[in-house]
Design a protein around this ligand. Structure first.
Ligand code: AHR
Length: 529
């Protein structure tokens, strides 16, 4: 997309991230619960874009390729990342995609021109190859259907191809292509960013709402067990934001389970303070979409709550580094497109965005870090060579590993600072999860440029912090390659000396010191005596 992704408040004061950042209080209580943490909150996204598929997850002939042509080194990093769900095949790509051209004997498949990214798609990887990779890796697939250039019949046919039992046309085609057992894909996106002028086959809210309702109806007639995601606005900055949600849900409320949200954040013009407060912008965006959905439900006197599929989120230097898809030349052979190289600062923001997602666990069960490999991704590869972790890999993997069970309703009492883009934002953010066995995941961000002492009040249960990890922001310009990633990791990512960083004080309180511009995760226990 090319629309700006920031929450612009032209009349706000100049940022000063240091104002009042001396202390904060965070309170945990085992009975204050936000909601269950759905494993699908730690999803990611593989689009046929640049090198996400070709020389990303798939590279036959690579020394680490398996017998299917998929890179084992990349798959191992996907496992370590803890991305338990992956969206496919787009993104903008899906809005011009003919899925039938990418199934069956590979040698009979014809390349086609993808108009979203102006790239010749060789169709070597299609629905079967992706779904079988996901199955081998134990990753849940989330599929998107083309509601840009196609419609009801193609969408229903794809559900039948994926989930149908033998004896009908599309299911039998799957079986003829070598796959007897249905894939049982549960999550389905009804198109992608259909409000965006960059989308092939863009629609207004009424056109899209009607089409989504008809396509969704047919897809559910094929397989009533599926869950549907209707497209929300492409960002909060879209001129039709709010009205779009209201209109598309007026057509689809009873049919769909989730409405999608997409948001990308970047540092613009050296405004570090606003960038560090991206989680606050995400927080407000979620509240507004939930309010829009609930307003439609209230008008209908419905007891059903539509939840959010935040199926694209990340740091992306979209307006500052990417020249726009319309300016791309037509390319082939897996060109390098939007391969952002991330810094420690970007990783702190990613960690903080995950704090926001956890704090909305009651209404956001599904989310996808966009994307997984090479394209604005935590995992990078060189063709024929290494695969490595970007700095953003670490907060995602750590949160996915530690955030289990239930997200607590954490109370944060922290000073705020002014930002040019988001107005007042808290200096400290926090999220916490507790599993049935009492294991705790605690996540804290310090957005200010000085040390913050957090009074961690733990009421109703005994707290033990056993391990910790910390990402600190850097001021180094991002440089491409595994050496840079290793350098950033060495400089910015570290194991926390828990005894030095967290000291118990009287009355059920622990004092935690947070480094300037940092994101910290603690593992521990939070159990009633
Ligand atoms: O993730 C990159 C692109 O961003 C996706 O294709 C599109 O949905 C969004 O605009």
């Amino acid at each position: 997309m090319t629309a700006p992704q920031t929450d612009v408040r032209p009349d706000s004061t100049a940022p000063d991230a240091t104002d009042g950042a001396t202390g904060a209080r965070v309170t945990l209580h085992p009975d204050f619960r936000r909601g269950a943490v759905d494993r699908r909150l730690f999803g990611s996204f593989v689009e046929h874009l640049g090198r996400a598929v070709y020389t990303g997850i798939f590279e036959p002939g690579h020394p680490a390729a398996d017998e299917h042509g998929f890179r084992r080194d990349v798959a191992d990093l996907v496992q370590e990342l803890g991305a338990g769900m992956v969206r496919y095949p787009g993104g903008n790509f899906v809005s011009n995609y003919v899925w039938e051209d990418a199934v069956g004997p590979v040698e009979q498949r014809k390349p086609f021109l993808d108009l979203a990214w102006r790239t010749v798609e060789p169709n070597l990887v299609g629905t079967d190859e992706f779904l079988q990779w996901a199955e081998r890796e134990g990753v849940e697939p989330m599929m998107a259907v083309n509601l840009g250039t196609r419609g009801v019949a193609a969408a229903a046919a794809l559900v039948e191809y994926c989930n149908g039992e033998a004896g009908t046309r599309w299911a039998d085609l799957r079986i003829a292509n070598g796959r007897e057992k249905p894939y049982g894909v549960t999550l389905w996106c009804l198109g992608n960013e259909m409000d965006g002028p960059w989308q092939i086959g863009q629609k207004d809210a009424h056109e899209y709402g009607k089409l989504a309702a008809e396509a969704g109806k047919a897809m559910k007639l094929v397989d009533p067990s599926i869950s549907l995601i209707v497209c929300g606005s492409s960002s909060m900055q879209m001129p039709t934001f709010g009205e779009w949600e209201r209109t598309v849900l007026s057509y689809t409320y009873d049919l769909v389970d989730h409405i999608s949200m997409h948001a990308y954040y970047e540092e613009v013009g050296g405004d570090r303070a606003s960038f560090l407060a991206s989680g606050t912008a995400m927080d407000r965006f979620i509240d507004r979409v939930v309010a829009s959905a609930d307003a439609v439900g209230a008008e209908r006197r419905s007891d059903k709550a539509i939840t959010i599929s935040f199926d694209e989120w990340n740091v992306w230097y979209n307006t500052t580094r990417f020249g726009g898809e319309e300016n791309l030349p037509i390319q082939r052979d897996a060109p390098r497109i939007i391969e952002d190289v991330y810094s420690g600062l970007d990783a702190v923001v990613v960690g903080d965005l995950m704090v926001t997602l956890l704090n909305h666990a009651d209404r956001v069960p599904v989310a996808c870090l966009a994307q997984l490999v090479n394209v604005i991704a935590p995992i990078m590869t060189s063709p024929g060579g290494e695969a490595w972790r970007q700095p953003t890999f670490h907060p995602f993997a750590t949160t996915s590993r530690l955030a289990r069970g239930t997200a607590l309703d954490v109370r944060v009492d922290a000073p705020t600072y002014d930002t040019a883009q988001h107005g007042a934002a808290p200096v400290v953010t926090a999220a916490a999860t507790v599993d049935d066995d009492g294991s705790l995941g605690l996540f804290l961000t310090n957005r200010s440029d000085r040390v913050v002492e957090v009074e961690l009040a733990h009421v109703g249960a005994a707290l033990g912090l056993t391990e910790g990890w910390q990402m600190v922001a850097d001021h180094e310009p991002a440089v491409e390659g595994p050496e840079h990633a290793a350098k950033v990791a060495e400089a910015c990512w570290s194991v926390v000396d828990v005894a030095a960083a967290a000291s118990p004080v009287e009355g059920g309180t622990t004092r935690v010191r947070l480094a300037p511009e940092s994101w910290t995760a603690f593992a521990g226990t939070f159990a009633r005596a």
